[in-house]
Ligand binder design. Structure first.
Ligand code: UD2
Ligand code: MN
Length: 564
């Protein structure tokens, strides 16, 4: 028995040895050559195709070329209007435009003169989609292939998150295989609806290039978009970087420049916001330099592939949509990385007013995902999130133990560190203020209330029965700068008898936005005019207004909390 086993194993060794020797001979004779000839040939074809597109781009003609708007008329217009609410963008207009249309070069002049290194890491562009329409999806893929030099484009991964539209099955496969026979564009499919967060993780796992670049499935990249991104990550592998997001109009598909010079912030209700670049960052840099940003919008960004996984990829416990953008932002900063916008890299995105897909179980995934984010990363500041989302208190947000372990393992900073060091401009409604909470007129038991108006708009502050701290609409702060404010909006007034209190973007230079209040007299005085805030007989849904100061109950106001 033993003899037999020994004899069998020696036969195996001899066979392995022979196979190895034959392998070496084959590789030496033909292998190396044939491998290199193959890749050279593929690259040659790709470079040729790229050059052809580049040289023909300026001369292209047809609807929507150079990013121009497509305006439908008559019957087509009527048909488009019926489709719009369902698809949340004008598919008929989009279908009229070539999948390879040209877009305007909206970069700053200075960007065009930068010489980037010849040797750069390669990119895997991951485009996730669920039931995306045909033309925006393929226009995204074509724009990436046509405008990324082939030596830097390792692959484009179309990550299908379990779409159930027929044309995204076989038709898509055939189109991709016949259009890009070299395999540069690949389709990877999830086997269940994963939501955009887990879909991105799946895409990242399938990728093999040096750098991951994520895009939504309705984008068009601009000329020279990829080189500045790869250059920055080559310089610093801990930089997670975002292109500037230009606008593609959902109705006309017009590509237009995002002229704002802005970075990302957030609201305490855990929504992404755009903020002007702080003066301190403007002063020490050229326009073309990367600009640091506290947060990212979410869809369009790049990271070193290995680094992306080292700092925890995404929270796989997050569903469908929302919250992941602030989670990756806070985590990147708190765990030793940095987040930046690259002004010379531009990518257009179709901004849609609603989601053209379902949310399984009709769950508020933004709310629940944000709970996970707040519980793992925001320490005591999660209170400010729950002030806005009291409805979520007590809801099940699943198991977060692995994310807490990740935070420990990476030895990440506290959220306070993030606020102090990365986002010192962020206003905290209940810290470093004289008073905050409900602003109440005791005799009427009415409180100042936003009446749920959209705080990005300008509107008059309202009055509503006090909700005993249960309504985020009634939280106001009296800041050290004598503002009466919400997160971003401050109360302003013309200063005449009967004027209402208008909430608009805070502006410290405006004297009409300064208010005085002292605990003893309990009046709120408009500094510039010397008039007092008065309930003036208004009821629920009414408005407080300015009146000459006098000794009356309707001018008494108390804050819920006083801090000094
Ligand atoms: C923004 C981001 C988006 C994401 C989201 C917050 C930009 C330009 N877009 O919303 O990327 O960060 O904020 O979560 O910053 N998708 C799936 N599976 C799903 C649902 C969506 O694959 O279950 C795909 C979808 O087809 C699209 C992408 O995820 O390509 C983002 O979805 P969106 O375009 O509806 O999100 P958007 O732009 O409103
Ligand atoms: Mn999108």
């Amino acid at each position: 028995m033993r003899v037999f086993r020994r004899r069998r194993s020696s036969v195996v060794y001899v066979l392995i040895g022979c196979a190895f020797v034959l392998g070496v001979i084959w590789y030496w004779q033909w292998g190396a050559d044939s491998i290199f000839v193959m890749t050279d040939e593929v690259m040659r074809v790709r470079v040729k195709r790229f050059m052809e597109y580049q040289s023909s781009e300026a001369g292209r003609s047809g609807p929507g070329e150079r990013g121009e708007p497509v305006v439908l008329l008559g019957e087509e217009k009527a048909k488009a209007e019926v489709l719009m609410p369902k698809e949340a963008f004008n598919r008929l207009a989009s279908d009229k435009i070539s999948l390879e249309r040209s877009v305007p070069d909206v970069r700053d002049q200075a960007c065009k003169h930068i010489v980037y290194p010849r040797q750069l890491p390669t990119a895997s562009v991951v485009i996730i989609f669920h039931n995306e329409a045909w033309s925006p999806l393929l226009r995204t893929a074509h724009s990436v292939v046509n405008r990324s030099p082939p030596q830097y484009l390792h692959e484009v991964i179309l990550l299908d998150d379990f779409s159930d539209k027929d044309f995204l099955g076989e038709d898509l496969r055939k189109y991709v295989e016949s259009t890009w026979p070299d395999g540069v564009v690949k389709i990877v499919r999830t086997t269940e609806r994963s939501g955009l967060i887990r879909a991105r993780i799946a895409g990242a796992k399938a990728a093999t290039g040096d750098v991951l670049i994520f895009l939504d499935s309705h984008c068009e990249v601009g000329p020279g978009w990829v080189e500045p991104v790869l250059t920055r990550i080559q310089e610093d592998r801990s930089a997670v970087v975002c292109p500037i997001v230009d606008y593609i109009d959902a109705n006309t598909l017009q590509y237009s420049l995002n002229g704002g010079y802005q970075v990302g912030g957030f609201s305490w209700s855990m929504h992404f916001t755009w903020e002007n670049v702080p003066e301190r960052d403007k002063a020490k840099r050229k326009y073309t330099d990367p600009v640091r940003s506290p947060t990212m919008a979410g869809g369009l960004f790049a990271a070193d592939r290995k680094y992306f996984f080292e700092i925890g990829a995404y929270d796989p416990g997050m569903d469908v949509w929302g919250g992941e953008n602030l989670e990756i932002s806070f985590r990147t900063w708190m765990c030793g990385g940095k987040l930046e916008f690259i002004p010379c890299s531009r990518v257009g995105h179709i901004f849609r007013s609603s989601h053209p897909y379902t949310f399984p179980g009709n769950k508020d995934t933004h709310g629940i995902n944000s709970m996970r984010l707040a519980e793992v990363w925001m320490d005591e500041y999660k209170r400010l999130f729950y002030t806005h989302r009291r409805d979520l208190l007590g809801q099940d947000f699943g198991d977060i133990s692995e994310r807490l372990e990740l935070r420990k393992r990476l030895n990440c900073h506290s959220f306070k560190w993030f606020l102090d060091n990365v986002y010192p401009e962020k206003f905290m409604p209940d810290e470093n203020v004289h008073a905050w909470g409900m602003v109440r007129n005791p005799s009427s038991n009415l409180c100042m209330d936003t009446l749920q108006k959209d705080e990005k708009m300008v509107f008059d502050m309202g009055l509503y029965s006090c909700q005993n701290g249960a309504s985020a609409n009634q939280v106001l702060s009296l800041s050290y700068k004598d503002e009466l404010r919400r997160e971003e909006g401050c109360l302003d007034s013309g200063g005449k008898d009967g004027d209402k209190l208008t909430l608009r973007q805070c502006n410290q230079a405006k004297a009409t936005m300064k208010w005085k209040h002292d605990k003893k007299k309990n009046k709120i005085i408009h500094e510039q005019s010397g008039l007092c805030v008065d309930v003036n007989g208004e009821k629920n849904d009414g408005h407080p207004m300015l009146k000459p100061c006098k000794d009356t109950d309707s001018q008494i106001w108390t804050f819920e909390h006083y801090l000094d």
